[in-house]
Design a protein around this ligand. Structure first.
Ligand code: AVJ
Length: 319
C-alpha cells in the first residue's frame, strides 16, 4: 500500500448544503446565531493562524508547551500504533507527538479542509518516510468512520476546540468518540481552563483587531457562498465572559439598523440597532468538569497535565 491515502467521506456539496441549513436556521431564530465552523475558509484559517501568534492568545503556546514536555509520557501511557487527530489542520503541534511515539504505524488526520490535509501529509511524510498517513476529509461531528488500522489507537482532539460545542452536543460528541475506542485505546483532549476574566476576554478581543476580523470573516463567507450582502462595517466585534456557563461568547453587534438579503435562500433578515448575532462559544474547563464529562461518556481520566502557568490542560482518558 502507498504510504498516503485520502478518503473523502464528505460529498463535494455537503458543505454547501450544511452552510445553507445553518444560515437559514441561525438568521431566522431569536437570538440569531451561526456555528463557529463557518469561520474557517482560506482567509479565516489564515486569520486563525495569525491569532495563535498574538500575545493575548495563550492557548496554542500553552498547549504546545505541554505537548513538548509530556510527549514521552503520552507515548509510554498509550504505546499507540495509530494516531487519529480530529481537526488536524496543519498538524503543526502534532509533530512533537509523532516524533515521540516509537511504535507509531499510521497517522490519520481528519479535517474538512482537503488542502490542509494534503499539505500536512506531504510535510509529515517527508520527516517520517516510514509512516503511513491515511487522511480523512470529514466533519468530525457527524458519524466518523475510521479506517482499519493497527491498535492501540490514540485519538487526539487538541486546541480546546471541544469548547466550541455547547454541553449537550459535547456529551453526544464524547459518547460518539467513546464508541470508536476499544480497550487499550486512549483519548488525548485539549481543554482551555477557567482563569482571570481579563486574560480570557483579552484572548478573544486582541489589541490589533485580528480576532475582530476573524469574527467578521463569517459574514464574508455567507456573502460569497450564499450571495448575501452583509457589510462587515455594519457590525462591531463583541467578546464577553459568561461566568454562569463559564464560556467566552463572541458576537457581532449591529451598529445601526441593518437589512441583509441572502439571495441563495431567498431570505431577507433585519437586525435592530444593537442586536447581536452569536458566532461562537468557547467553553473553559476545570479538572472536575472534564473528568465528569468524560466519565459520563464512559471514559476514565487517567492523566492531567497543565502548562507551567495552569492556563491550559491536556488530559488522557481510557474506555
Ligand atoms: C480553534 C476553537 C480553539 O475557541 O479559542 C480563536 C477559535 N476563536 N479566537 C478558540 C478562536 C476566537 C479557537 N478554537
Amino acid at each position: 500500500m502507498s504510504p498516503f491515502a485520502l478518503t473523502r467521506t464528505l460529498p463535494p456539496d455537503a458543505t454547501a448544503a450544511a452552510l445553507r441549513a445553518d444560515v437559514a436556521e441561525g438568521l431566522t431564530s431569536s437570538p440569531k446565531a451561526l456555528p463557529p465552523k463557518w469561520f474557517y475558509d482560506a482567509r479565516g484559517s489564515e486569520l486563525f493562524d495569525e491569532i495563535t501568534l498574538l500575545p493575548e492568545y495563550y492557548p496554542t503556546r500553552a498547549e504546545r508547551e505541554i505537548l513538548l514536555a509530556r510527549a514521552d509520557a503520552i507515548a509510554r501511557a498509550t504505546a499507540a500504533r495509530t494516531l487519529v487527530e480530529l481537526g488536524s489542520g496543519s498538524s503543526d503541534k502534532t509533530r512533537h507527538l509523532i516524533r515521540a511515539l516509537p511504535h507509531l504505524h499510521t497517522y490519520v488526520p481528519v479535517d474538512v479542509s482537503e488542502s490542509a490535509l494534503a499539505g500536512a501529509a506531504a510535510t509529515l511524510l517527508d520527516e517520517h518516510p516510514e509512516l503511513t498517513v491515511h487522511a480523512l476529509v470529514a466533519d468530525f461531528q457527524d458519524g466518523l468512520v475510521l479506517p482499519d488500522t493497527p491498535g492501540p489507537r490514540l485519538l487526539a482532539f487538541l486546541g480546546g476546540t471541544i469548547g466550541n460545542l455547547p454541553p449537550a452536543e459535547r456529551a453526544d460528541f464524547l459518547a460518539g468518540l467513546r464508541e470508536r475506542l476499544a480497550p487499550g485505546d486512549a483519548l488525548l483532549l485539549g481543554t482551555d481552563l477557567v482563569k482571570d476574566e481579563r486574560a480570557l476576554v483579552a484572548a478573544y478581543d486582541d489589541a490589533r483587531g485580528v480576532t475582530a476580523a476573524f469574527n467578521k470573516n463569517v459574514l464574508l463567507v455567507v456573502n460569497r457562498e450564499l450571495g448575501a450582502d452583509f457589510d462587515p462595517d455594519d457590525f462591531g466585534h463583541v467578546a464577553l465572559w459568561d461566568p454562569g456557563q463559564e464560556w467566552i461568547e463572541m458576537r457581532l453587534r449591529a451598529l445601526r439598523p441593518v437589512t441583509v438579503k441572502v439571495r441563495a435562500l431567498d431570505l431577507e433578515v433585519s437586525f435592530e440597532k444593537g442586536e447581536e448575532l452569536r458566532t461562537e462559544i468557547s467553553a473553559k474547563f476545570r479538572r472536575e468538569k472534564v473528568a465528569r464529562e468524560l466519565a459520563a461518556a464512559g471514559l476514565e481520566l487517567t492523566h492531567w497535565w497543565t502548562d507551567s502557568a495552569s492556563r491550559f490542560a491536556l488530559s488522557l482518558s481510557h474506555p
